[in-house]
Design a protein around this ligand. Sequence first.
Ligand code: MF3
Ligand code: CO
Ligand code: CO
Length: 267
Amino acid sequence: MLKRPQQPVIHGADAFAAMRKAGRFTAEILDYIGDFVKPGVTTGEIDQICHDYHIAHGATPGPLGFHGYPKSICTSVNEVICHGVPGDRVLKDGDIINIDVTPIVDGWFGDSSRMFFVGKVSPVARNLVKTTYDAMMRGINTVRPGATLGDVGHAIQSYAEERGYSIVRDFAGHGIGRTMHTVPQVLHYGRPGTDLRLEPGMFFTIEPMLNIGAREAVILADGWTAMTRDGSLSAQFEHTVAVTETGVEIFTLSPQGHRFPPYAVKA
Ligand code: MF3
Ligand code: CO
Ligand code: CO
């Protein structure tokens, strides 16, 4: 059978409504887990707490069993770029950790990650984390009908590289909706005017990973955990977004207004 390259789905109003609900729940998990990130806790404990939160709210953790993935979330500490598998690693003062959650709500996927600080974090790490957040937002704010994915990737790459960081190329954002990963592939580097032209109704993630050192990744023996080849620190943020008639809608914004760490303590 002749197979054509898949085209991104153009979603309508019902899909937007469903993704607003999934995206809001995604952000609520990240808002909730923040209080548990502190020295002495293990990544496995954070996974268990997030897992239970999904179940308590009638949602399903998308990663669990996805291509054999053994846990419900990803926890990527320090030199881990992404897809860190929760386990016995104990968080210690000064660590930075990315928590990436991908719940299924009424059949629709939300996907978002944020960085968290464990205790007191060095200025070097804080600068990496803030620059990664700002790079993601540069990319998101480039999204509008008529812009291209090359414009988005270029906005992210140029922002990061001008500040001395490298952009990881081995992992990309992705179309999302009733499946976790679909077309388009959303590169976090690129040239203006190239790649897919954006149209209202497209849903995808933007999830840049920035390293202090070189961009190359290595995969650990667990088959999942991606770390920097040179052992340097890495950070990532992720939002799920839609192209709208006028620009962009972020489905996974925090209802509590949390954006990047340090997050305000609740009253
Ligand atoms: N949330 C990840 C992403 O941003 C994917 C998690 S699925 C896993 O695409 F199997 F890799 F954990
Ligand atoms: Co994603
Ligand atoms: Co994710």
